[in-house]
Structures are given as C-alpha cells and as structure tokens.
Design a protein around this ligand. Structure first.
Ligand code: MG
Length: 381
C-alpha cells in the first residue's frame, strides 16, 4: 500500500494530476506545498482538509492572509518545504519547477523516503548530490518524467551490464520540421502549443527548443548510470512509444501508452504494483508510429546539453539555470526564440565551472548562472 503522499508543487501540472490520482486510488495526502498563496492552493487545501499546507515563499504577510482565509495553520518558507519532504514514511512527489526543487529531493532521499521525481532539475543540476543522498539515507528514487518512467519500466527485472543503449523519444515539439530561418520569428504563443503533451509553460518551451530532451539525457545518465555515449534521442511525433532500452543481445524493449502523465505518476506511487488506471486500451491498429533523426542544426540545444553533461561538475546546473531564465524572458517577449539557446551557450562560457559536492554548491552555481543570464538579457553584458 502506498505511503501517505507529500505533494510538492501541488498547484502545478504534475501536482494537480497527482492529487487526481490520489483521489481516485484513495491514497492519503499528508502535505501539499506550493510556491505562492494562490486561489488554486486554497482550493487544494480545502479539498484535502487533513493535509498540512505549505507555502514556499517566506512572506509572512502572505501566509497570514492565506491562513485567515483558509481557517487552519499554514507552514511557510523554503525550509518548511524541506521539513515536510523529510517526514518519515512518506512518498514525496516533487513537482516543483526548476532547481528550487533540489533541497526537497535531497531531504526526501536522506530521510529514506520514496521520491517520485518529476523535478528533473534536481538530477540535471545536482545529479551527484542527489545520488549521494539516496545512498546515505536509503531513499528510493522513482522517475515520473514519462521517458524515464518508460526506461525504468523496461529495466525492471534486468541485470546491470545488460544495457547497450538508452533511446529517449522526443515529440519534436511544435516546431518539428522547421529550419533555423523559420524559427527566428516564433513567439511564446507558437511555442506553447505542444502537439501531444499538456505540461507547464517552461517544459513546453523547452520541448520546442529540444532543451527538454537535452535535460532528460542528463537526467537519464544519472538515474540509470549510463554513459552519454550510450544514450540516444529519436523523434517520435505520436508520443506513444515513451522510450526504449536496447540490450547487449540485440533485443530492445519499449514502453508504450497514450501520452498522459497520470500513468507515470501513478506507477511511481504504486511501484512495484500496478493498479487499475483510467485510460482506454491502447489501440494501435491503423495508427502509424514514425521515428526521425533529430535536426541538431535547427535545434542546437540538444548537443549543448550533451556537451554540458559530459563536462559534468557545475556545467549542467549552469545550463539548466540559464535556460530557466532565458525561457522566462522568451515567454515575457523580452528575447526571441533563437536567443534562448544563445543565452544558455554564452552563460556556459561565461560562468566559471567547478565541482559540486553539496546542495549549497549546486545552488550557488545555479545563482551565478541566473545572474549572468539575466545581465545578458538586459543587455548589460
Ligand atoms: Mg519528459
């Protein structure tokens, strides 16, 4: 039976779908956390009257007003998020957006809890730190990202050393098939129209640049301990094959399903069990599944991420932070689509690289990259 859930990022896309799964499966929810005291959080808090409510912002006034409206005590500040994640005997689903999710991931694993990880930035920016926390605390790391859930499911029952290659599928995003000259004029409205998956704004824009897939390559490297040389990406427009594992004997396994995040979320909560879901049976008749080589010239983010991953140390943290800032600027209309990756590349060159041993090291590399990327965007650099 799954343990009580701690839902971090409870009002976001992953959090909302997790609560839906929890409701349907009758799972208890111990705590819900969100960045801000929004009407959406109020609704969640009222729907789960037994759950502790956490607001990550450290604005006491905001907390007081929210507490009064809700009529029950509310925890606040980033350290409260970490505290609820470290509550023993919980399953923590981390749906926080960005590197801000790292301290909670580490606390979850150090406390020996299961971490259902949707915050890919935890592994991208702080891979070594997160893995060390799992090692020392005995926590269990189950991926929620659909591709990594697919790889994880394909690897159940397999022994180490039998894997030849991991192949991550990419939808290709809304700009598949376009070349660089077309991409310059793309707006946030264009980029936010994802063909198959419904996701938050950052990951949707990251899908348009292919940066999302690049971050997922780094995530897969850490999760499964596979060298970058043995990780590949293939474009699959239909998003039915969620990823593949190729084994040394030439056999490949793939995991398939309709694109619906509630499936990997539920699996991460119930693993190793499988409980009934809500999707209709997968009908593949007359449904062509196509695969294409990614266009690495039009979408240079992919190779940039591979490069940062191979470089290791603070490079992936810098890549991720600069991208987060650049995507925000793109959504706000301050920079063009092609500039997203340019800013990331220039930030990687400008911020000194170093080794990362602690959460503080990761957050400091993250902060340096943000400052640099912001100053580039505002034109002062
Ligand atoms: Mg994904």
């Amino acid at each position: 039976m799954p343990k009580p859930l701690v839902v971090l990022g409870a009002t976001g896309s992953i959090g909302t779908q997790t609560l839906e799964v929890a409701r349907r499966l009758g799972l208890p929810v111990a705590a819900v956390a969100a960045q801000r005291a929004t009407p959406a959080l109020l609704e969640v808090a009222r729907a789960w009257p037994a759950a502790a409510v956490v607001i990550a912002t450290d604005n006491a006034g905001e907390r007081d007003r929210f507490q009064e409206t809700l009529g029950r005590p509310v925890l606040f500040g980033p350290e409260s998020v970490v505290e609820v994640a470290a509550q023993t005997d919980s399953t923590v689903i981390n749906g926080i957006v960005g590197a801000a999710g790292l301290p909670a991931s580490v606390a979850t694993l150090e406390a020996g809890n299961r971490l259902a990880l949707a915050n890919k930035e935890s592994l991208v920016a702080g891979g070594e730190v997160v893995l060390a926390a799992a090692e020392s605390g005995g926590g269990e790391l189950i991926p929620v990202d659909s591709e990594h859930s697919a790889l994880f499911q394909c690897l159940v029952g397999e022994v180490a050393g039998s894997v030849a290659r991991l192949v991550l599928t990419a939808s290709g995003g809304p700009f598949f098939g376009r070349d660089r000259s077309d991409l310059a004029d793309m707006t946030a409205v264009d980029a936010l129209a994802h063909p198959t998956w419904e996701m938050g704004p950052r990951v949707t824009v990251d899908s348009a640049t292919l940066m999302n897939k690049g971050l997922e390559v780094i995530e897969a490297h850490h999760l499964f301990g596979i060298d970058y040389e043995a990780i590949d990406v293939i474009v699959h427009r239909q998003s039915i094959v969620h990823s593949l594992v190729e084994f040394v004997d030439g056999s490949s396994k793939a995991q398939l399903g309709e694109p619906d995040m509630r499936v990997p979320i539920q699996y991460a909560l119930t693993y190793p069990d499988r409980l009934a879901g809500t999707l209709p049976p997968l009908d593949l008749a007359d449904r062509p599944l196509e695969f294409h080589t990614p266009d690495r010239d039009s979408f240079p983010a992919l190779d940039l991420a591979f490069e940062a991953g191979r470089r290791g140390g603070s490079a992936p943290a810098i890549l991720n932070a600069a991208d987060e800032i650049a995507v925000e600027a793109f959504i706000d209309g301050r920079i063009g689509f092609l500039e997203i990756v340019e800013i990331v590349e220039r930030t990687l060159e400008a911020v000194p690289h170093r080794e990362l041993e602690t959460v503080a090291d990761v957050l400091s590399a993250d902060g340096d990259a943000r400052t640099m990327a912001l100053s580039m965007i505002s034109g002062s650099c």
